[in-house]
Design a binder for this molecule. Structure first.
Ligand SMILES: C[S@@+](CC[C@H](N)C(=O)[O-])C[C@H]1O[C@@H](n2cnc3c(N)ncnc32)[C@H](O)[C@@H]1O
Length: 313
């Protein structure tokens, strides 16, 4: 295995908390990365469900890849990545200011500050042009990062009016301004094309020299863990099947592919959903610490699937 745990701690980790974030699964994912990537023979890394970007940042800082293509259906998240890409200096200044203001406040004051920022963030949603970079993006991206670091569990949830409605989290000293980290990530994003939209919108950018890692919203492992609603999209079984067809299509293009999801056998040993959807592909079962679950009792080790169109042998 080419993986060295020690070296990872010196590299920039994700700056956002993200439901389903792959930070805890990175060792297992690394182990199963295609040999072509490890040998520097992959020219492009693609992540169509980028979320907090744990795998993107890991690959960018440990392997030699010329360019990156990322996508997500969450327009606020995409605005943040594009801001880090286009004007990280202004963003870091704004975050440092928010951080110092926040830490000077009492506990009650911090809570009030959080709800004020949340109201401002929601009030400016309708007037934000998500398609064109402007100075307004700096403010919005800083508000998003602040809310992400200080809200309950770092969740991103919006109501039917697209208003962010996650309550204040109880953190003693949350890290808000990741200065060095953001600069390092901004460098990675200089070589990255950032798209907003459905995972299929990456198709035209993928060729036989690409490695694609798919981390879609989980297929719920039980009735009580429906953490499939990340933004407005509801990723149901039809979407999982649509994704499996897309996987097949990219396989025919010659790209190397890996996909992760929860193992339905965690709760129903007879559920063969992924074996059917990905028949003929290589499926590995790995152990994961699932961090975000509606049921605190179920935060232990559960099985996750890694599905690949290549074999490690
Ligand atoms: C499990 S998370 C990815 C987590 C990421 N790997 C990480 O380490 O943080 C799934 C992501 O898919 C996005 N998403 C949901 N539906 C989508 C769709 N149809 N197309 C693209 N992205 C989608 C969500 O906004 C969310 O960020």
């Amino acid at each position: 295995m080419l993986f060295d745990v020690e070296s990872f701690s010196k590299k920039a980790p994700p700056f956002l908390k993200w439901a389903g974030g792959k930070g805890k699964l990175i060792e297992q994912i690394d182990y199963y990365l295609p040999i072509e990537l490890k040998l520097g023979k992959i020219s492009q890394y693609v992540e169509p469900f980028v979320g907090g970007g744990a795998v993107l940042f890991h690959i960018a800082q440990n392997y030699h890849v010329e360019r990156f293509l990322i996508c997500d259906f969450n327009e606020e998240l995409i605005l943040v990545y594009r801001t880090v890409q286009q004007d990280v200096d202004s963003l870091v200044k704004k975050l440092a200011k928010i951080e110092s203001q926040y830490f000077q406040l009492s506990w009650e004051g911090q809570k009030k500050f959080f709800y004020e920022v949340r109201s401002q963030f929601n009030a400016s949603h309708s007037t934000t042009d998500f398609t064109k970079f402007s100075a307004d993006w700096i403010e919005r991206a800083a508000q998003f990062i602040f809310l992400n670091r200080t809200c309950f569990n770092g969740l991103f949830r919006v109501n039917s009016k697209s208003e962010f409605n996650v309550p204040f989290g109880r953190y003693k000293k949350p890290k808000i301004c990741f200065k060095d980290n953001l600069f390092q990530i901004s460098k990675i994003l200089q070589a990255t094309e950032i798209r907003y939209g459905d995972f299929t919108s990456c198709e035209d950018g993928i060729d036989s020299e690409s490695f694609v890692y798919f981390d879609p919203p989980y297929r719920p492992i039980s009735q009580t863990s429906s953490f499939t609603q990340f933004s407005k999209s509801d990723f149901d079984d039809d979407s999982q099947i649509r994704l499996a067809s897309f996987f097949q299509k990219l396989d025919q293009k010659g790209a190397k592919l890996m996909l992760s999801n929860s193992d339905p056998k965690n709760t129903n040993p007879r559920d063969r959903f992924f074996e059917h959807a990905y028949a003929g592909y290589h499926i590995e079962c790995v152990k994961a610490n699932r961090m975000i679950n509606s049921d605190a009792q179920k935060r232990g080790k559960i099985n996750e699937l890694l599905i690949m169109n290549y074999s490690q042998l």
